[in-house]
Design a protein around this ligand. Structure first.
Ligand code: FAD
Length: 436
């Protein structure tokens, strides 16, 4: 059998390659790292997390928690590696990013049916079955070819940003403390308090700090889910206090009271030697990041091991271009998977790679598609991005709004969400694993 060509060994590409290979389909996985790297990729490993090390909530009352649980039950490689390399993060699934990517890389490289081909792909292959999973920062040459592949349609952009990382050693723990919000679960976060005076000074400088230039992207569209902290700050003095600096449920043990504002730091590796500033994705110039973020008392002498950066993030106008199996409508031998399809987030990118591969494998084996129903998060996401009635298409995280309602009343939002998850998992569990 001719191998399926998968372009990009990110979260979606690795998941897709693995699922195809597990079903006996040979794969050629093309990755331009380490020869060439996008501005957000730093490591040579596959499945690199370009910003936060959190795969977000792991609770079934949350749609991304449901999506994770579905992927676990469906045998996802990415979820297996995440579970194996998780670090404590309250109700979220956060991972040691290096161990996580290392495990993905080993699994993919050691699979007898996957051949890794190093180097940039600059064309969509003219023949054969292809999954393009080159991500939101697809290299320029391939990006141009993708544009030409869809002459009628729009190829869209938005800004995305990553948060800085600091060493644990350099955090002043005399003015910070470990706790999770409302003391739920283990005390996984470092909480850095600010008094009202300190917050005022910090906010003033943050609003006025110099931003780095971004070239070739003049229509500054900002995606709400990953908004730079300085952009959020400029919306009003209190905005951050209801967002990333929210003090609710965080009592400073020194005073027994909630401070005026709190910056939270989350563990970024298993050893706990590196922490990220939660919600501090930023576009400020690097010296400005050091100057302004060092105004947070516990970060006065912080050592930044990586500064926040901002990038162009490219995606297809999928409702007009792709079907529910992530296949190109006018040329179904080509599928797209990952963030480039307009699904937003690590887990969502993984889910699209999973579904595209499972459906492609079935097609190659002469079987009908599975048609994951809309009641499941995996199915709902694919149906959303291929829904032609969606006009102004924006990248979207999985959410319960794209899953059909229960049809009966359940008291309380959390209970209702838990019930939606229960229904989804029940449907999924009825699928015959041998058939997938
Ligand atoms: P990627 O993981 O980017 O993988 C694509 C791979 O393709 C890369 O390895 C790349 O080197 C390779 N490649 C690119 N072009 C070529 C080519 N021409 N030939 C061969 N290989 C190629 N999501 C979250 O859930 N949380 C976050 O904190 C978060 N932060 C983000 C920050 C930034 C700056 C960006 C851009 C995105 C962020 N996202 C975040 C969104 C998204 O979840 C990630 O981008 C995710 O990695 C997407 O997975 P993917 O598999 O689609 O692409």
């Amino acid at each position: 059998m001719e191998p399926v060509i998968v372009i990009g060994a990110g979260l979606a590409g690795c998941e897709a390659a693995w699922q195809l290979a597990q079903r006996g389909i040979p794969v050629e996985l093309h990755e331009m790292k380490p020869r060439k790297k996008t501005p957000a990729h730093h490591s040579d490993d596959f499945g690199e997390l370009v910003c936060s090390n959190s795969l977000r909530s792991d609770q079934l009352e949350n749609a991304v928690g449901l999506l994770k649980e579905e992927l676990r039950r469906l045998g996802s490689l990415i979820l297996r590696c995440a579970d194996e390399h998780r670090v404590e993060a309250g109700g979220a699934l956060a991972v040691d990013r290096h161990a996580f990517s290392g495990a993905i890389t080993r699994a993919v490289k050691e699979h007898p049916l996957i051949t890794v081909v190093e180097g940039e792909v600059t064309e969509i292959p003219a023949e054969g079955n292809v999954i393009v999973a080159s991500g939101p920062l697809t290299s320029e040459a391939l990006s141009e070819r993708i544009k030409a592949f869809f002459p009628e349609s729009r190829y869209l952009n938005f800004y995305d940003a990553a948060a800085p990382l600091v060493t644990f050693e350099s955090v002043d723990m005399t003015s910070a403390w470990f706790a999770s919000r409302y003391d739920k679960g283990t005390p996984d976060y470092i909480n850095c308090p600010l008094t009202e005076e300190e917050y005022d000074a910090f906010w003033t400088e943050l609003c006025a700090a110099q931003e780095a230039e971004v070239h070739g992207f003049e229509d500054k569209q900002v995606f709400e889910g990953c908004m730079p902290v300085e952009v959020m700050a400029r919306r009003g003095k209190q905005t951050l206090c209801y967002g990333p600096l929210k003090p609710r449920g965080l009592k400073d043990p020194k005073t027994g009271k909630e401070p005026f504002a709190v910056v939270q730091l989350r563990k970024d590796n298993a050893e706990g030697s590196i922490y990220n500033l939660v919600g501090f994705q930023t576009h400020l110039k690097w010296p400005e990041q050091r100057r302004v973020f060092s105004m947070i008392p516990a970060l006065r002498s912080a050592e930044f091991v990586r500064y926040g950066v901002m990038h162009r993030n490219t995606y297809l106008d999928s409702p007009r271009m792709l079907d529910r199996y992530y296949r190109v409508k006018h040329e179904p031998r080509v599928c797209f998977a990952g963030q480039i399809t307009g699904v937003e987030g690590y887990v969502e990118s993984t889910a699209s790679g999973f579904l595209a591969a499972v459906e492609l494998a079935r097609r190659l084996q002469g079987k009908p598609p599975v048609d994951f129903p809309q009641e499941t998060a995996v199915g709902a996401l694919a149906l959303y991005i291929s829904n032609e009635t969606v006009g102004d298409f924006q990248p979207m995280n999985v959410n319960f709004g794209i899953i059909p309602p229960l049809g009966y009343k359940v008291k309380g939002k959390r209970n209702k969400n838990a019930e939606l998850s229960r229904r989804a998992l029940e449907i999924l569990d009825k699928l015959d694993p041998a058939e997938l």
